[in-house]
Write a protein that binds this ligand. Structure first.
Ligand code: GLU
Length: 505
């Protein structure tokens, strides 16, 4: 690739970023970094009616949390700025005028009532109304193609509402290219004359998007499949301006876990998993939505599972750090077919990343979540974490898996007690206390060999010792290795807990 690669993520701040949007941002980021290029964030807020307070901050925070910050964007390295379309308003009119002047666009004065009635009339005849070559010059529609230049100017001067429409060509076959989808041919007769500019001074998405991609020197447009139907118009706009066209890649849809239908913002609530990177409270309704961050996912795990929504490395390898992804990522290996979202797999990734994290880091995280740990030495917590993390997917599960390392059981599980406590339990436990007390060097190995030796020498059933012992230490028949637990809590505490059990029998 000779030219400096420049890609952009261009969300509209209409609410929190769906994970599909984060996936688009990630693929842009990976592509840019792989080619040593720039990743630009542009906020497409031309539709002020849909603007939602806080959405832009949310987008920036989400990208930062995922570890995929933009190189240029609002407030950062603004060499092609401003990066908010509402701040670029003054730029677009001249381009719309240019298209009108060279015959690629025209003024249309049709009122919304007139267009509605056209639509209804068509529907009544079982047809769909589209504004294009087949009716734009027939006289029913009022536009600068049928009016004289003077008439058009008089309407504009009189302050009549107008829009500027693109004049889609008639009887042409348009050849489009998409890196993921290959060659696509479009019959231009099927296209409608999309609105580019409104008399309120605002461009529509199509015009602003193309003008900005051009001015920001974007080389590759990587975006969701839902924009594929706009590709023909975008290509025609590039042609009309005489500008170089960037390369396009339309990413596959993200499908519901069933594989049927697009994953929607509502699916998270319905199916019990987050569809947003960060939690979000709607400023108008106060409705809350869960986020991966708050649910205890590691950003590395989120990035890894998002990368696999539509891309694969072509090997069996599933765990990829961001650096690995940058070096392996290739748009050619992105699928056309929709990518099924699998919430269990996202948990699997989190479990894997948990195992890779340093025990000390996890311990610090754990400590912030439990007031019970406030006064406990962080190194001790880290040792505990090392013993239990294999069984956990989230740090929030640590306490249930490890509370007995920090405090004695306050109750014994009823079922477990029935199973563990027999007639000779007290006698056996008293003997265990003796052995434990006599173990001078209090290590896992010593405890193990002493206790196991005594069990085999006296031909006592293994369970008869280990079950009540575990019950005494943990309060249930769960947890890691009993000898590890004894070693961790120490001799005194071990003896105390066994005595406590004896008392209740
Ligand atoms: N503003 C559009 C969106 O919200 C951008 C589409 C594009 O990338 O061209 O997704």
């Amino acid at each position: 690739m000779s030219k400096n690669v420049r890609v952009r993520f261009a969300p509209s701040p209409t609410g929190p970023l769906h994970i599909g949007g984060v996936r688009t941002a990630l693929f842009n980021y990976l592509f840019a970094k792989k080619h040593g290029g720039d990743f630009v964030l542009r906020i497409e807020d031309t539709d002020q009616n849909r603007y939602v307070e806080g959405a832009e901050d949310y987008i920036v925070e989400a990208l930062n949390w995922c570890g995929i910050p933009f190189d240029e964007g609002p407030g950062k390295n603004e060499k092609c700025g401003p990066y908010r379309q509402s701040k670029r308003k003054h730029l677009y009119k001249q381009y719309a005028d240019q298209l009108v002047a060279n015959g690629n666009a025209y003024y249309a004065f049709d009122t919304s009532e007139a267009l509605d009635s056209e639509r209804k009339n068509h529907e009544a005849e079982g047809k769909t109304f589209i504004y294009n070559w087949h009716n734009r010059e027939k006289g029913r529609l009022i536009n600068s193609l049928v009016l004289t230049a003077e008439e058009t100017q008089a309407k504009i001067d009189a302050g009549e509402n107008y829009v500027i429409r693109f004049k889609s060509p008639q009887d042409e076959t348009l050849h489009l290219k998409d890196i993921i989808r290959g060659d696509i041919s479009i019959d231009t007769n099927t296209l409608d004359d999309k609105i580019l500019f409104k008399s309120d001074g605002m461009p529509t998405y199509h015009l602003a998007n193309i003008v900005d991609d051009h001015l920001m020197e974007i080389t590759h447009v990587i975006r969701g499949e839902e924009w594929l139907p706009s590709l023909a118009l975008h290509q025609l706009l590039y042609n009309a301006f005489g500008w170089n066209t960037p390369e396009f890649a339309h990413l596959p849809l993200i499908l519901k876990p069933t594989g049927k239908g697009k994953l929607s913002k509502r699916d998270g609530d319905k199916l019990g998993f987050p569809v947003f990177p960060l939690a979000w409270t709607d400023p108008k309704t106060n409705e809350m939505a869960r986020g991966y961050k708050e649910d205890g996912y590691f950003p590395e795990a989120v990035v890894n599972f998002l990368a696999f929504l539509g891309w694969n490395p072509g090997t069996e390898q599933e765990l990829f750090s961001l650096e690995n992804l940058i070096s392996e990522f290739d748009l050619v290996r992105v699928n056309k077919a929709g990518a099924r979202f699998d919430p269990d797999k996202t948990k699997w990734f989190n479990h894997q990343y948990m195992q890779q994290q340093l025990d000390l880091e996890l311990a610090e995280n754990f400590k912030t979540q439990r007031p019970e740990l406030a006064d406990i030495d962080i190194n001790y917590i880290a040792l505990v974490v090392g013993l239990i993390k294999e069984r956990a997917t989230f740090v929030s599960e640590f306490w249930d898996l490890s509370h007995f390392f920090f405090s004695a059981p306050t109750a014994y599980d009823e079922k477990a007690s029935k199973k563990a406590i027999k007639e000779d339990t007290v006698e056996i436990m008293q003997k265990v206390i003796e052995i434990v007390t006599a173990t001078r060097e209090f290590t896992v190995q010593n405890l193990q060999s002493k206790l196991k030796g005594w069990i085999t020498d006296n031909e006592i059933g293994f369970g008869k010792v280990m079950m009540p012992l575990r019950l005494a230490l943990v309060g249930a028949l769960q947890g890691p290795d009993v000898f590890e637990i004894m070693f961790m809590i120490g001799k005194n505490e071990t003896v105390k807990r066994i005595e406590a059990l004896i008392k209740t029998v």
